[in-house]
Design a protein around this ligand. Structure first.
Ligand code: SF4
Length: 640
């Protein structure tokens, strides 16, 4: 499972590349999105009815309906209505049946489960209910239908398969899993209804495509269990097919792979950009003499990395034009998980995905995987090539929305692109990830807006100049304030990635960071943000040189499988778990425009119960959260 509203770009890139370069090998290439396929299967009338039958059977056996999770109890009470409404709701979220919005907003059509609780009471003064009332009918219906989908996903998870979530499946089995044991046990366990649906889907794909080689992309840990499950089915259904695993999770976490059991499922595991490794592998499998590139194989029960270092990756100018051919673009489902307009971009609407460049031009941030190829190797094709890809994708999909999925889009490349879009009167809507560089002046922001840029996201991280220096982010809070304000003034929405729990971060640092974020919201510099908890990763400068950041890594487990997050001790000992709750609560309200004048201490629960919990975990700090030391007009002064 990845996202429901748009295809993940990896297969579109690889399909375009292989069609351009593998033709003389006699290879025909097609692609399918098993993530969307699984969702559509589970959210269908027959599957929802089968789930109800299974849960009712279990309830009869257990005779303890009263102790069921609320999600299941509600579902069983309204199972027939769920089965009758699920397909119309999915069609509505696919944009195929807009008229259903009027029935949905009437609030009698959908069974409304626990996810609707904040909206339940008419006249409720919950901020969500208040913001909801300001939406138009279609958006209200989309939001309600999304809550309905979330309710059903909760039932799949709570009742049928605890590993299942809408955007990840079996994530914990793969994320930084030092050994293969837990994943192997899950793969050998009795299949759930979700597993059965995935098996059925895999068999249909095999019958339809009769593949000789199947490449699977696992961009995140939440795709890995599904990929292995599919591989297991393929081993039986298409025993002659060669199976290849790659993707972002592999590139990040399988760099120390030693586990031969992985090759019971896959014949090859490829690292980093897939273009060159796949092309050479296909040539080899086609009987040509070709060396393998960054490809793990099993030899005599040992894992060996074959890598012909004389073979170079294809430069970005030669990787061809991505294609969505083969994917059912009309089937993607737009959900509205957040009312915030910037946040909605990630889950609402289908976006063509392109990059201005491979890797990051900055590649210095100490928490980032800068030693890995996908960040560390910067390669920018010309604007001509980017435009050619944009035109081709519009012609193929009929859609002109583009998400720039760069690690950090280069400002000069954005300027060039904007000028060309305007000069050639090519009308597109686009947004993407950037660094909050000084280069983004008011003039450049206006140019980008005129060329169709509607939103940017970028890292402000801890919002503390001391910590921004330590993380080598290359920006200051003052700079971020001015740049983000320039974007907002130009009509471009801004989302800030925030971080807490960085090495040496104190309670005072966190409270002061929240105060700066509060002021940025209040001054209209940013409209949306998200706090990520810092984690030290094996391939970042912090993971490689923890002593420079005052932390000590805990002795690693014996790693034969996945390796990414590394546990560490920070002598400062701040209770980041506790602070994280307050930070999230504050942001939730700020994004709705609420609580912006309040003292930031109100978001932290300083109750005696919390103090007891802190002491119980051996954390010394149980004193009330301190007042901020940041002047209340700091951001106003920066902007002046
Ligand atoms: S965090 Fe972003 S800006 Fe920093 S090195 Fe990584 S990709 Fe580049």
């Amino acid at each position: 499972m990845t996202q429901l509203n748009t295809p993940y770009p990896a297969t579109a890139y690889l399909t375009g590349f292989l069609r351009a370069h593998a033709g003389d090998l006699g290879v025909a290439v097609t692609q399918a999105d098993a993530s969307l396929g699984l969702f559509l299967r589970l959210f269908s009338t027959p599957r929802v009815a089968a789930m109800a039958e299974e849960l009712e059977r279990r309830a009869r056996v257990a005779r303890h309906a009263a102790t069921m999770p609320p999600s299941i109890a509600h579902f069983l009470t309204h199972a027939q209505r769920y089965a009758a409404t699920v397909e119309p709701v999915v069609r509505f979220l696919q944009g195929r049946d807009p008229s259903l919005s009027l029935r949905i907003v009437g609030r009698e059509y959908l069974p409304e489960g626990p996810r609707f609780a904040p909206l339940a009471a008419p006249g409720s003064d919950d901020p969500l209910a208040w913001a909801f009332g300001t939406l138009g009918t279609t958006d209200q219906a989309r939001y309600l239908a999304s809550l309905y989908v979330d309710d059903l996903a909760d039932v799949w998870r709570d009742g049928i398969d605890p590993q299942f979530e809408l955007a990840r499946y079996g994530e914990k089995l793969a994320a930084s899993a030092a050994t293969f044991d837990a994943l192997a046990a899950a793969l050998d366990a009795e299949p759930t209804l979700v597993d059965a649906a995935l098996e059925e889907l895999t068999l249909e794909l095999v019958t339809k495509h009769q593949p000789d080689v199947v490449g699977m992309s696992a961009p995140f840990p939440g795709n890995v269990y599904g990929a292995f499950r599919m591989a297991r089915t393929l081993r039986t259904a298409a025993p002659a097919a060669k199976l290849v695993l790659g993707g972002g999770w592999v590139n990040t976490e399988l760099r120390s792979l030693r586990e031969p059991r992985v090759f019971d499922y896959f014949d090859y595991v490829v690292l980093d950009d897939g273009e060159r490794p796949l092309l050479n592998l296909l040539a080899r499998l086609g009987g040509r003499s070709a060396s393998l590139v960054r490809t793990y194989v099993r030899k005599d029960d040992a894992v060996v990395l074959e890598n012909d270092a004389t073979q170079h990756d294809y430069p970005q100018r030669d990787t061809g034009i991505p294609t969505y051919d083969g994917l059912q673009l009309g089937d993607y489902v737009s959900v509205m998980e957040m009312l915030n307009p910037m946040h909605r971009l990630w889950s609402d609407g289908r976006w063509n995905k392109i990059t201005l460049a491979h890797g990051c031009y900055w590649k210095k941030c100490s928490f980032c995987d800068v030693s890995l190829d996908y960040i560390g190797r910067y390669d920018k094709p010309s604007t001509d090539i980017v435009l050619e890809r944009i035109r081709a994708l519009i012609a193929e999909t009929g859609q002109s929305g583009f998400h720039l999925v760069d690690e950090a889009a280069p400002p000069a490349g954005m300027r060039d692109l904007a000028k060309r879009l305007i000069a050639e009167q090519l009308s597109i809507t686009w947004w993407g990830n950037i660094r909050f560089e000084k280069t983004f002046t008011a003039e450049l922001c206006r140019l980008l807006a005129a060329a169709g840029c509607v939103a940017v996201s970028g890292g402000l991280e801890v919002a503390s100049d001391r910590l921004l220096r330590l993380m080598r982010k290359g920006v200051t809070v003052e700079q971020v304030a001015r740049v983000t304000r320039a974007f907002t003034d130009a009509g471009i929405m801004v989302h800030a990635y925030l971080m807490y729990g960085f090495p040496s971060e104190t309670v005072q640092d966190t409270v002061d960071a929240l105060e700066r974020v509060r002021q940025l919201f209040a001054a209209g510099c940013i409209q949306s943000a998200y706090w990520h908890r810092f984690s030290a990763t094996a391939h970042s400068p912090i993971g490689l040189h923890p002593e420079h950041y005052g932390i000590t890594l805990r002795p690693p487990a014996k790693i034969t499988f996945a390796h990414n997050d590394v546990a560490f001790d920070d002598p400062v000992g701040t209770d980041h778990d506790f602070l994280g709750g307050g930070l999230r609560k504050a942001l939730y309200n700020y994004m709705l425009g609420l609580g912006l004048e309040e003292d930031v201490r109100i978001w932290f629960d300083a109750s005696p119960a919390r103090a007891r919990r802190s002491r119980g975990r051996g954390i010394a700090r149980s004193a009330p959260v301190p007042a901020t030391t940041v002047p209340r007009d700091l951001v106003a002064r920066y902007l002046a």
